[in-house]
Design a protein around this ligand. Structure first.
Ligand code: NDP
Length: 330
């Protein structure tokens, strides 16, 4: 029954694009009703992702007013009769969708997973979007093989941490970059063999040094504008540059003729297009949960912020002050 579900809730509303000042803490937002294919989840823990900043600034367009947030973990409290798969009230779940920065979210059932008993809700929330990104990047953007040398940028970040752990489990050799000395040990703990510091080490030279001059089979680059050209230079003959983000700004257009110098491939993947079907989503989510349980993956939580401190959280993330996952409690 939906009798205990309140009419209004706390949440973060964005009415226009801009800096962190557009993040408005509200206490009287309407609790959504689950529509076609949706479950209503009472969120216990909310994930922050870099993409949230793109919707806030307008780098990625989206209709406003908007409640930001692509994932959360919590408890199912209601669902639409069309929701598939079906969930029961009380089910502990993690979901991916929209409008997560709130006490309640009407989430797509197709992107909702029950959390295995062995995994905590904060760990599940910290893992789902960033872990699936790392998993699909290393399975599909470039299928990493045992013994491959790869380069991971921003390796102490959210996605970067999962990439290092997954690559290690696959038996690859990871060269990592981080933004400052203080972040080196974190990238090492995640499994990177070589950790380079941006602005101090000559990354291209070091990559060549460690790969006998050949370069790496794949670069996983979520930094974007500042590093794209250098990343392409680090790729070996027939290798792949997977450019999957814009932390330093969007990559400008580039001439594809450049690729013929090494028969390189450039991929620009979006997680959502690797997991569009329920079958794909379940396949990868189950693989991630299994790796977390069996390969002893560590979830690094940078900080769990109160929802009303969302502006500080965005400032920390954009200011390169974080290592690992940023979470919020409603
Ligand atoms: P992170 O935790 O990795 O934070 C971003 C990191 O990028 C910073 O900590 C910083 O690390 C590095 N960075 C380098 N240059 C800059 C800059 N100029 N400004 C800010 N940060 C910079 O965030 P996420 O794990 O959430 O995301 C990482 C990237 O992956 C983002 O670009 C995101 O958009 C992308 N992404 C893409 C997905 C897709 O489907 N394509 C899905 C998920 C994420 P350092 O100081 O060590 O350099």
């Amino acid at each position: 029954s939906s009798t205990q579900i309140p009419k209004t809730m706390k949440g973060i509303l964005v009415e226009k694009t801009g800096g962190t000042e557009v993040l408005q803490y509200k206490t009287d937002l309407p609790v959504p009703e689950p529509k076609e294919g949706e479950v209503l989840v009472k969120n216990d823990i909310i994930g922050i992702n870099y993409i949230d900043t793109y919707f806030r600034t307008g780098l990625y367009p989206s209709p406003k007013p908007e409640i930001l947030g692509k994932e959360a973990a919590g408890t199912v409290v209601d669902s639409h009769h069309t929701a598939s798969p079906s969930f029961q009230p009380g089910d502990r779940v993690v979901w991916m969708g929209s409008s997560g920065y709130a006490e309640y979210t009407a989430a797509p059932a197709a992107k909702t997973m029950k959390i295995p008993d062995s995994i905590s809700s904060p760990d599940a929330c910290a893992a789902i979007l960033q872990g699936l990104t790392a998993l699909t990047l290393t399975e599909e953007a470039h299928k990493v093989e045992k013994g491959d040398w790869v380069l991971v940028l921003a390796a102490s970040g959210g996605v970067g941490g999962w990439l290092c752990q997954i690559l290690k489990a696959k038996g690859a050799h990871t060269i990592a970059t981080v933004g400052s000395e203080g972040k080196v040990s974190v990238a090492k703990e995640s499994g990177a063999e070589v950790v380079l510091v941006e602005g101090k080490d000559n990354v291209l030279e070091k990559v060549k040094e460690h790969t006998g001059g050949a370069g790496v089979a794949a670069v996983f680059d979520g930094v974007g504008k500042d590093t794209f050209d250098r990343s392409l230079e680090c790729v070996a003959r027939k290798g792949t540059l997977a450019s999957f983000g814009n932390a330093s700004g969007a990559v400008p257009p580039f001439p594809i003729a450049k690729l013929s110098a090494k028969n390189a491939k450039v991929a620009r993947p979006s997680l959502f297009n690797y997991i569009s079907t329920r079958e794909e989503y379940e396949h990868y989510a189950n693989e991630l949960f299994k790796m977390m349980a069996e390969d002893d993956f560590k979830t690094r939580i940078h900080e769990t912020y109160p929802l009303k401190d969302v502006a500080r959280a965005h400032n920390d993330l954009e200011g390169r002050k974080t290592m690992g996952k940023l979470l919020m409690t409603p």
